[in-house]
Structures are given as structure tokens and as C-alpha cells.
Design a protein. Structure first.
Length: 254
């Protein structure tokens, strides 16, 4: 298969899975194996995430501007971000997790386990609203949950959505906070990626990277739009069943 086509496929997978509670890391690792394409291109990984980052900023642009008048929400986002920034930094600095060679069987197990946890969290009664009831304690708890997503297969959006539901927020409010939380998290990861490229004096930026960015941006934007519409009307069971089925298939056949 042509390399450009493989990259387009990976860009679509990145965009779709980044914001669904099904783990983008897991799907990218699996797709790379299925496509026989080992993506060690730091620039490509960077632009995939930049595409997702720009998509979420574009989609929520007006609402994000509105947050400037809600300093409490901004403070809570900072509090929720701190755990993953601190722990993620040490994992990144000392290479404590080898994402390029992470055991796929463990990914399958985490996919199943955290899918089941998502199922039970979605049964919690709604008792809180995002803009009136979010406090520092709840934000920190969500932030601690987000740290778990550093393990491939967990899903950052999935585990923060799970935490939000366990705390009594609606699917829509929990998803929104999860999306807002992805901005500093993804931006931080991109910043570290850029620093790495500078240290390596890498200049391998070409049209393939541009295509990867565009594909990731479009697929991310559409995923955000339709996912929010979906959870406004339906529960999360579809994603739970998908995770369990995917995990079982990986354990049995990959």
C-alpha cells in the first residue's frame, strides 16, 4: 500500500479515536501493525496531534472565549491538568513507557477493563452541572483519572468521561470538560514534541506532514460534532460493547 494512503488512514483513525472513549493510542498501534507501517516519524506524530488540537479549538472557539469570563472553570482546568503534566513529564523524560513497542495484549486488556468501568460509570445519577457545580476537588479527581490514560488502551477521553460520570455530571458536561481538558494536555505533548525535534535538528517537514495535519483536523472536527450530538440522545453502551469486542479480537487473533 502506498505510504501516503497509509498516512491518510492513520490520520483518519487519529481524528476519530482521539475524542471517542476508545483509545487513540491503541487504535494507532493496531493500525500500524495491520498496515505493516512502523511510524517512527516524530514530525508525523506531532502533526497528527496538532490536527486534533486545532480541531477542538476551532469547534469550541466561541465557548472557549466565553471561559475568559469564567475564571473558576479555567482554574479547575489547570488543577485537572497538573497531575498528568507532572507524571507525564517524568514518563516522557525517562522513557518509562515504550509506546513504540508496548505489548498489544496489555492494550487489549486495558481496552476491555476500562470499557467495563465506563459502563458502570454511565449508570450514575446526574446530580451536578459543569458551570455551576465543578469545584477544585472534582477537577483534581478527574485529573488523577487522566493520568491512567498514559497507559495505552485506557483512552484519555474515555477515562475523563468515566470520572465525570462517576462524580455525577451528565454525559454532555463530562464530555465537554474532557474536551476542554484535552487542549492543555495535547498542547503540552506537542510542545515537548517540538522541543525534541529542535534537539534532533529535524527538518523533515514535507507535503505528507501537511496532508496528515489536514486529515487529522477534519476527522477530529467531525468526530467532536457528531459525538456530542450522539451522547445528547443516547447512553455510552455502544462504546462499551465496541471496546470489549475489540479487546477480545486482539487477544484472540492479533
Amino acid at each position: 500500500m502506498d505510504e501516503l494512503l497509509k498516512i491518510i488512514i492513520l490520520g483518519i483513525v487519529q481524528g476519530i479515536t482521539e475524542f471517542l472513549p476508545i483509545s487513540s493510542n491503541a487504535h494507532l498501534i493496531i493500525m500500524e501493525q495491520l498496515l505493516n507501517f512502523q511510524n517512527n516519524n516524530e514530525i508525523l506524530n506531532l502533526v497528527f496531534h496538532l490536527g486534533s488540537l486545532f480541531a477542538i479549538i476551532s469547534y469550541f472557539f466561541s465557548e472557549l472565549l466565553g471561559l475568559l469570563k469564567k475564571p473558576k472553570i479555567i482554574l479547575n482546568l489547570i488543577i485537572a491538568t497538573l497531575p498528568v503534566v507532572i507524571i507525564g513529564y517524568f514518563i516522557f523524560k525517562f522513557r518509562l513507557i515504550d509506546y513504540g513497542n508496548f505489548p498489544i495484549k496489555i492494550i487489549a486488556i486495558t481496552t476491555i477493563i476500562f470499557g467495563i468501568i465506563l459502563f458502570f460509570s454511565d449508570k450514575i445519577k446526574i446530580t451536578k452541572k459543569l458551570y455551576t457545580d465543578l469545584n477544585a476537588k472534582n477537577s483534581f479527581i478527574i485529573g488523577l483519572f487522566q493520568v491512567i490514560a498514559l497507559i495505552p488502551g485506557v483512552s484519555r477521553s474515555g477515562i475523563t468521561l468515566t470520572a465525570g460520570r462517576f462524580l455525577g455530571y451528565s454525559r454532555l458536561d463530562a464530555a465537554k470538560f474532557s474536551f476542554f481538558l484535552s487542549i492543555p494536555t495535547t498542547a503540552g505533548a506537542c510542545f515537548l514534541g517540538i522541543l525534541d525535534l529542535i534537539k534532533m535538528d529535524s527538518t523533515d517537514f514535507n507535503y505528507i506532514a501537511i496532508v496528515a495535519f489536514i486529515v487529522s483536523f477534519i476527522s477530529s472536527y467531525l468526530t467532536i460534532k457528531y459525538f456530542l450530538s450522539f451522547i445528547s440522545r443516547f447512553n455510552l453502551n455502544l462504546f462499551v460493547y465496541y471496546r470489549i469486542i475489540l479487546g477480545v479480537i486482539i487477544l484472540l487473533f492479533i
